[in-house]
Write a protein that binds this ligand. Structure first.
Ligand code: EPU
Length: 332
């Protein structure tokens, strides 16, 4: 289905229109519509990690509406499940939990869709999408051939993948194949999940705890516009962390690959006294400083100015540079 001048849904609640918009329900439909779609091309998921710096996108926005979930394999330990890129992520998690498939429960209630989850390697409460992804089925939009990426070929890292790179953007994710465990096993390393009493431990209990924790800290997209965490948690050399820890002994920190240390951007923004700070309609969320919100009528310019101010203050106080996790969309 091809639309002209269509409004693009985004959880920030910012005004954004696509000059051309293609919504496809199958590979065949995508192949028909892509042939004469004006460039540049932008493939979007649920609009939960995007900030439109322009009110009108002058190319073609594509949205995958393939939304089937099916079991495609099973052995004594695991099931293999294919989910269309347009499946709402939390529907997929709930589907897994209700069938007794282990591995997706910590990622409950993350906004967005399956395709975007595989681009972004979404993560929460000690788990990441890559932990359960087996392969990713794509269309190479240059050759118009299908290509399947194994998990290794996806190049997953912290909120990153090959699909986020310059060369990777031409691959549109059609569907994702997940491998989920049939044998009980939980990942309870994250603070609040440890509070679940052993006797009531179940997939449903973990899902409920994650939902309660997220509800307490993160704004509900239908009430307050936001794109979840606006910044990535910065990863710094151990020596930099030790220098900061001498001054701020209570600074949260997590081990990262290659003797690096991951710091908490939310904690640093909070320590700069910015929680609840407002700039026009944009603000730093008062329950979680990592989230920038639209308090009503915010413009993209206000959100970007606020982000620049946050980056500057954190740099001045801690000497650490923050980078947006949210994808900023401009023309050209
Ligand atoms: N903290 C503060 N003040 C704040 C925010 C956080 O002091 O305003 C402290 C917390 O008390 C905690 C630490 O900072 O000690 C870390 O905070 P939290 O556990 O809330 O997690 P986070 O690092 O802020 C990450 C992900 C979230 C994910 C949570 C839970 C990133 C960029 N964010 O946030 O993901 O839900 O962990 O696992 O990695 C998202 O990516 O959109 C997202 C919501």
């Amino acid at each position: 289905m091809v639309y002209r001048d269509k409004e693009i849904y985004n959880t920030f609640g910012l005004k954004a229109v696509a000059a051309n918009y293609v919504e496809y329900c199958s590979l065949d439909e995508l192949l028909l519509d892509i042939a004469d779609a004006p460039r540049p091309w932008l493939h979007v998921g649920g609009g939960s990690n995007l900030l439109f710096a322009t009110e009108r996108y002058e190319g073609t926005v594509f949205h995958n509406a393939m939304n089937a979930v099916e079991v495609i394999g099973r052995d004594s330990d695991c099931v293999t499940v294919r989910a269309g890129g347009g499946v709402v992520w939390d529907f997929f998690v709930q589907w897994c939990v209700s069938r007794g498939y282990y591995g997706a429960e910590n990622l409950s209630l993350i906004p967005g869709e399956v395709g975007a989850a595989a681009v972004q390697n979404i993560g929460a409460y000690g788990a990441e999408a890559k932990d359960i992804i087996e392969s990713v089925e794509t269309l190479d939009t240059e050759t118009l051939r299908e290509r399947v990426f194994s998990r290794e070929e996806c190049g997953y890292g912290y909120r990153s993948s090959f699909f986020k790179t310059e060369q990777g953007r031409r691959f549109f994710i059609l569907s994702v194949v997940f491998r989920l465990s049939l044998k009980p096993g939980f990942n309870l390393s994250y603070g609040t999940l440890k509070d679940i009493p052993q006797e009531s431990l179940s997939l449903e209990a973990v899902r409920e705890k994650v939902i309660a924790t997220r509800d307490a800290k993160l704004p509900a997209p239908e009430k307050t516009g936001s794109a979840g965490s606006f910044f990535m948690n910065p990863v710094v050399p151990r020596s930099k962390y030790e220098e900061l820890a001498a001054e701020y002994p209570d600074m949260p920190h997590y081990p990262a690959a290659g003797d690096m240390v991951k710091l908490s951007a939310g904690w640093m923004i909070d320590r700069c006294g910015l929680k609840g700070y407002r700039l026009g309609g944009a603000g730093v969320y008062d329950k979680q400083a990592l989230v920038l919100v639209n308090n009503g009528g915010a413009t993209a310019g206000e959100v970007l100015s606020l982000a620049a101010e946050v980056i500057k203050k954190v740099k001045e106080k801690f000497g650490v540079e923050l980078h947006p996790e949210v994808q900023i969309i401009k023309n050209g």
